[in-house]
Structures are given as C-alpha cells and as structure tokens.
Ligand binder design. Structure first.
Ligand SMILES: [Zn+2]
Length: 62
C-alpha cells in the first residue's frame, strides 16, 4: 500500500510525514506516515491535530 496518495498540506515532523487528503466520500482525512526504512508506521486520523500529535509522539523502533 503506497503512502503517497494525493496529499495536501504536507508537514514533516522528524522522520514522519503528515498529509491531508480526501477519502472516497469527500471527507478530509489525515495520515501520519514514517519515512524511515524498515519502520512502516502509518496511521489515519480524522483530525489534523491528532495526526500531528501522533507524528510527534512516534519513536522509530529501529
Ligand atoms: Zn518510524
């Protein structure tokens, strides 16, 4: 599954990238996805602030 959908408002927090996109129903969704190799962390949120918080709280296990 590709991390790179059509994100808007990309923000980089450490190794984690936060992006906003519209899901299939036109609702705004927010994804926090780690770009570090071998990490694979990725999560979707309804709130931008929740996505940014998750990005800040993320710690790579690598
Ligand atoms: Zn990570």
């Amino acid at each position: 599954m590709s991390v790179y959908r059509r994100f808007r408002n990309r923000l980089r927090i450490g190794p984690v990238e936060v992006g906003t996109y519209y899901d299939g129903r036109g609702r705004e969704m927010h994804t926090a996805a780690c770009t570090a190799p071998r990490c694979g962390f990725s999560a979707d949120y309804h709130d931008r602030s929740a996505a940014e918080l998750a990005a800040r709280a993320h710690r790579c296990s690598a």
